[in-house]
Design a protein around this ligand. Structure first.
Ligand code: GTP
Ligand code: MG
Length: 196
């Protein structure tokens, strides 16, 4: 699969506005500011495909991208950001959970977490839900460039250890959009999910 050929498809405020639910979708989920949109841009080698921001809560819609015929990448709104108004928060959390629960074409979930703050409560709930739904999960520990190799490896091993408790198909990788660390492993997992 050639990830560079990814193009923007639609922004949907709720699941009714999404493209037809067929083919294969892989979604990027995680806390606000975890680096979801940046990881999509790194994967697709396009600086501005998905909007990124220093301000958490940038992605408020379900953004869909076409990778190939009937193969889509999805940038989900982040969760866990306290500073948005409750009404707004409830609206996106609703579209997020509806997407996860109802989307038939969803075949894999990339869960991104800042390597310095892994496995927060909502991350664990999401992974738990995915495992229950028999959805494979790839945990990307993002912003790995913020740590040296020793600290990075230590956290990867700790999170792998913790991930065993989910008792599902949960892989763990360090990742950096800044220096592309972990990009080949991300592509390998996505290739698998899209070709199954
Ligand atoms: P929401 O859309 O708000 O949920 O955020 P997001 O998860 O899409 O995060 P986004 O990609 O917008 O990145 C948030 C911030 O983290 C931006 O300032 C990015 O430049 C920064 N960032 C993302 N990835 C990396 C990384 O690998 N390394 C470093 N150092 N910074 C990163
Ligand atoms: Mg985003």
């Amino acid at each position: 699969l050639n990830y560079q050929q990814t193009s923007f498809l639609t922004s949907a405020p709720d699941i009714k506005a999404l493209p037809a639910d067929n083919g294969i979708e892989v979604a990027f989920a995680g806390r606000s500011n975890a680096g979801k949109s940046s990881a999509l841009n790194t994967l697709t080698r396009q600086n501005a495909l998905a909007r990124t921001s220093k301000t958490p809560g940038r992605t408020q819609l379900i953004n869909t991208f076409t990778l190939a015929e009937n193969k889509r990448l999805i940038d989900l709104p982040g969760y866990g950001f306290a500073k948005v108004p409750l009404a707004v928060k409830e609206k996106w959390q609703k579209s997020l959970s509806e997407y996860l629960e109802k989307r038939q074409s969803l075949k894999g979930l990339v869960v991104l977490m800042d390597i310095r703050h892994p496995l927060k409560d909502l991350d664990q709930q999401l992974i738990h839900w995915a495992v229950q739904s028999q959805l494979p999960v790839l945990i990307l520990l993002t912003k790995a460039d913020k740590l040296g190799p020793g600290a990075r490896n230590k956290i990867v091993l700790e999170v792998r250890d913790a991930a065993m408790a989910f008792m599902g198909d949960v892989k763990v990788q360090a990742f950096s959009s800044l220096n592309k660390f972990g990009l080949p492993e991300l592509e390998q997992t996505l290739d698998q999910w899209f070709n199954d």
